[in-house]
Design a protein around this ligand. Sequence first.
Ligand SMILES: Nc1ncnc2c1ncn2[C@@H]1O[C@H](COP(=O)(O)OP(=O)(O)OP(=O)(O)O)[C@@H](O)[C@H]1O
Ligand SMILES: [Mg+2]
Length: 302
Amino acid sequence: MASDQPAERESAPDPHALEFEHVSMFFDDSPALQDITFKLQRGQMVFITGAAGSGKSVLLHLAIGLMHPSRGRILVNGRDISGLDETELLAIRSRDMGLVFQEDALFTGMSTYDNAAYRLVEHELPEAEVDRAVREILTFVGLENDLEKLPEELSIGMRRRLELARALAGCPSIMLFDEPTSGLDPINSRQVLDLIIRARDINGGSSLFVTKELHQIPYAAYRRAERKGSGEVTISKVEGKDRPNTGVIVLHEGRIAFTGSVEDFESSQKPEVAELTHPKSTVREEDIEIRDPWSKERHWKL
Ligand SMILES: Nc1ncnc2c1ncn2[C@@H]1O[C@H](COP(=O)(O)OP(=O)(O)OP(=O)(O)O)[C@@H](O)[C@H]1O
Ligand SMILES: [Mg+2]
C-alpha cells in the first residue's frame, strides 16, 4: 500500500463526528473566526451561543463545507474535508450532514415533498429510498398530509418543521441547527425544540445547536426522548448519567470564550459568559417606575 498511514489507522472507528483544528476564517482582512479548536463526539450535542456577529453561523457553514477556512483543518468523521472537491462535499452533505439554516431557506414553488427530498435527490439516491425517507421524515414532523402544498401555503411553524425535515431526511449522523426556532412564537418554538430532542435521542447522531435563547440549553440538555413499548415517544426530565451527552461553546468576537459542560456554563463567572447568562440591565429602575393607581396618596380630581 502506497499510503504512509498504517492500515489500522484508516479502519479504526474515529470517536469524533466533527473536529475543528485551529480554524480561522477571514473575510477580506477582517476575522470572523480565530483559532477555533473543538471536537464533537459521536452522539453528543454541543450548544453554541454568543452575541450577534460572534461567528456562530460561519462556524456551521464551515463545518458543512459551504465555506472553506482561511486556516486550519476541519475533519468530518475523521476525514479532512479541505481537500475535497464539490462532488465529494455534496456526497457528505447529502449522506452524513443536515443543516437547518438560520434564515428561511425553503424553495418556493417546490412542494413540501420535493423540498424535503431535495438533499437526497441531489445525491442521486435511488427513488424508492428517497420516497421512503421523505415520507418517514414528513410524518416525523407532522406534515404527512401536506405533501403537495407549497411553502407559501404553510404556516410559519409548518415551514420551520419542513426545514427541519429537509435537514433530517435520511437521518444524517451529524445535524447542524442554526437558531432553528428564531422568529417562532413560544408554542411553535417548543414544538421544533422537542422534534430536535426526538431526532437526537431516537435516531441518534451528533449535533451542533446554535441558539441565543439560553433557556433552550438546559431544556434540551436535561431532557431525553424515549420510545415507550406502545410506540409513543415521550420527553421527560432526566438526572445524572441518564442525561444526554452535551457541551457548550461560547463564541465572543470570533474566538472561543468558554467551553465546558452545561452546568459549568450556567454557573460560569467569566465576563463573556456572565454577560449572556446574567445581562446587566441598562434600564434604570426610576425609568420604569409605574405609579400605583390605587395609592391612598393619590388625590383624584373629578
Ligand atoms: N459571506 C460573508 N462575507 C463577509 N463577511 C461575513 C460573511 N458571513 C459572515 N460575515 C461576517 O462574519 C462575522 C460573523 O458572522 P456570523 O453570521 O457567523 O455571526 P452570528 O454569530 O451567526 O450572528 P447572528 O447571531 O446575528 O446570527 C460577522 O462580522 C459577519 O459580518
Ligand atoms: Mg447566525
